[in-house]
Design a protein around this ligand. Structure first.
Ligand SMILES: Nc1ncnc2c1ncn2[C@@H]1O[C@H](COP(=O)(O)OP(=O)(O)OP(=O)(O)O)[C@@H](O)[C@H]1O
Ligand SMILES: Cc1cn([C@H]2C[C@H](O)[C@@H](COP(=O)(O)O)O2)c(=O)[nH]c1=O
Length: 214
């Protein structure tokens, strides 16, 4: 049984994580084949995707902030047990579009529940499984939201819909996480052109894991 690698991708809405991840996944799969797995939170399997639908549903305006945090943690737990851990135990490299840092930023700071309280709850959900590397795509909230409204207006979810100050608290919380975990989190300037962001992300991965992605 091998020990794989967990690499997470984080950032405010519209930072470009998913697009960059898809591009790199296609590229790296040519070299790594099925050793590389890509997944997302909340989601990645049937139960977690079902929880995702409840969380994202724009009709669920009455959802309490702690309920939301618990649902994200429940989806994460199922994702970890059914998707991430088995892959890591198989020695795979798992790219996850979001993980615990998202809950700390969005629920802890965005919803004002408290970053430490959310971190503690996720310690229970994950039993402390920490990514080997986190790539954080940094973009001012206004830029990320403008991209979503310009290019993805048919896919706006309940969280995208929040007011600007919510998204600004999210970004500030991410920047605090970067400062607190410089050994784990590497920042990519996501205001650059798409190709430059892909290039910069590739450089981070090649630098951190020599010989694996190049
Ligand atoms: N560097 C970039 N410059 C301009 N547009 C970009 C850039 N990166 C991504 N986009 C566009 O912005 C939109 C949002 O990108 P994407 O869905 O990848 O972001 P995301 O970080 O995954 O957002 P979310 O977390 O809200 O799903 C897409 O339409 C994408 O094509
Ligand atoms: C994991 C996680 C996610 N969120 C938020 C962040 C986004 O607004 C959505 C997910 O949408 P995406 O298009 O898949 O990025 O959910 C959150 O608030 N808390 C979390 O733990």
């Amino acid at each position: 049984m091998g020990t794989g690698l967990l690499i997470t991708f984080e950032g405010p809405d519209g930072a470009g994580k998913t697009s960059v991840l898809n591009t790199l996944f296609t590229d790296y799969t040519r070299r790594l084949g099925s050793k590389l797995v890509t997944t997302r939170e909340p989601g990645g399997n049937k139960i977690s995707e079902a929880i995702r639908s409840i969380i994202m549903d724009q009709a669920n305006v009455e959802m309490d902030a702690r309920t939301e945090a618990l649902l994200f943690a429940a989806a994460r737990r199922q994702h970890l047990m059914q998707t991430v851990r088995p892959a890591l135990n198989d020695g795979k490299i798992v790219f996850s579009d979001r993980y615990v840092d998202s809950s700390i930023a969005y629920q802890g700071a965005g919803r004002n529940i408290g970053e430490q309280a959310v971190a503690d709850m996720n310690q229970f959900a994950t039993e402390g499984l920490t990514p080997d590397l986190t790539v954080y795509f940094d973009v001012p909230s206004e830029v990320g939201l403008a991209r979503i409204h310009q290019y993805r207006s048919n896919e706006i979810n309940r969280l995208d819909d929040e007011e600007l100050s919510f998204h600004q608290r999210v970004r500030q919380a991410y920047l605090k996480l970067v400062a607190a975990h410089p050994e784990r989190i590497v920042v990519v300037d996501a205001t650059q052109s798409f190709d430059d962001v892909v290039h910069a992300t590739n450089a981070v991965l090649v630098d951190r894991f020599p010989g694996l992605f190049n």
